[in-house]
Design a protein around this ligand. Structure first.
Ligand code: ADP
Length: 403
């Protein structure tokens, strides 16, 4: 039996239901109702023991419980009883006061621990607040930087817009200027040519051979100047968007026939043959006949200009899997163009250096103008060429609606 706190605990080894068991009887000094103890506080203990019961007496409440001892355990001899008794006696505090002190100390220790934990929590909290402040500051700084960058980008865009508007305006001004100047130049240059012709006319006063030679030189130069002015005017018009194609179904067979006729009239080299192949079957493209004729004539004249022997050939064929598109090619067996210059020849005034300068050499405006026209007609103009072997210029054109 042990007296602990406000209760007395008795341990008893006995037979319960023909089996050895440990009986524990707790008697409280003050009356705590059975309903509170057995049915209330220690009800869960019932699951650990085999029996649990209690009763309320006058001044006390008694709680009894028992637990069967395992059959495999050591036999309950008198000596074993003594040992257990001694162990239990050692567990019990000698005086209620001692126990109070012990509990106080435990309470103080727990309090200390709680205080340490609270301090630690406060420290962690401080750290968290500090980190939060840092994160906030970083966030604000990044937001500001982002806003600043955004403002810069917006300003850049505005500047870019302004610059491209300026560029557009400058380009339009250039085209307008070219169109006006070339237009204004045409009349005086034409009159120089006319006057030259008049002066050498048989009806005019006779001139010396030297004077005639000089006037011919003036006329030749004026003719070159006129063709330059005309080319410039064409290009400026195309650039200024002043050229409006007159769309129609163009029969390539008719167009090719006309070109064959006009080009035959050109002074030809004896060793160069001009072949214009008749397109097989109906060959209709949706295009502007005049502009397309201008492009093809330009390509053919170039071919004749840069070919010393062999042939210049024009043909039309439908691309096999090109949705009805037409490929018009002008090929020659002339000097050819180095590959690195294939794009440059489409720039204004560019002429391949050291190229065979044929009579009536041009202005370097023919190809850029031709490409502009073809683009205007909804197609494209490309070149393939091998120096010393020849060139192939290809005009790709969309088919007419009717096929
Ligand atoms: P132009 O013929 O008046 O000089 P183009 O713009 O028509 O101007 O052609 C630009 C340059 O491209 C020519 O000067 C020439 O050097 C080169 N070129 C054009 N067509 C041919 C061709 N069929 N064969 C070789 N070179 C060519």
């Amino acid at each position: 039996m042990i007296a602990a706190g406000g209760a007395q605990v008795a341990f008893l080894a006995d037979m319960v239901g023909a089996r050895p068991a440990l009986l524990i009887e707790i008697t409280t000094y003050v009356r705590i109702l059975r309903a509170i103890t057995v049915d209330g506080h220690i009800a869960r203990v019932g699951r650990l023991v085999d029996t649990l019961d209690g009763e309320d007496a006058d001044e006390v409440t008694v709680v009894r419980m028992s637990r069967h001892l395992p059959p495999s355990g050591p036999p309950l001899t008198e000596q074993r009883h003594e040992e257990v008794r001694a162990q239990l006696a050692a567990l019990a505090p000698s005086m209620p006061m001692d126990e109070l002190l012990e509990q106080n100390e435990q309470l103080l220790r727990a309090l200390d621990e709680v205080r340490t934990q609270r301090d630690e929590l406060a420290r962690l909290n401080d750290e968290l607040t500090e980190t939060n402040r840092g994160v906030m500051a970083l966030y604000i700084q990044l937001s500001e930087e982002l806003e600043e960058t955004n403002r810069g980008v917006v300003a850049l865009y505005a500047e870019l817009d302004e610059k491209s508007a300026q560029l557009r305006a400058a380009s339009e001004a250039k085209s307008r200027f070219l169109a006006n100047v070339s237009h204004e130049l045409r009349a005086p240059v034409t009159s120089i040519i006319g006057l030259g012709r008049l002066m050498t006319d048989s009806g005019s006063d006779p001139l010396t051979a030297e004077q005639i030679r000089q006037i011919e030189l003036i006329r030749g130069s004026a003719t070159d100047l006129l063709s330059l002015v005309n080319d410039l005017l064409d290009l400026a018009k195309a650039e200024a968007g002043r050229l409006e194609p007159t769309w129609a179904d163009v029969d390539l067979r008719v167009l090719f026939g006309q070109l064959r006729g006009t080009l035959r009239a050109l002074p030809a080299r004896p060793d160069v043959e001009l072949i214009v192949e008749e397109p097989a079957g109906p060959a209709l493209v949706r295009s502007d006949e005049v502009l397309l004729a201008q492009v093809l004539r330009n390509l053919l004249t170039n071919g004749l200009k840069f070919t010393e022997r062999g042939e210049v050939r024009m043909r039309a064929r439908r691309l096999p899997d090109g949705g009805g598109w037409w490929a018009l090619t002008v090929s020659d067996t002339g000097v050819g163009i180095p590959p690195e210059l294939h794009e440059r020849i489409f720039e204004e005034f560019y002429q391949v250096p050291g190229g065979a300068r044929a009579p009536g050499s041009g202005t370097g405006l023919g190809l850029p103008y031709a490409r502009r026209l073809v683009t205007l007609l909804g197609g494209s103009l490309e070149v393939a060429s091998v120096p010393g072997e020849g060139s192939v210029f290809t005009v790709l054109l969309p088919p007419s609606d009717g096929g």
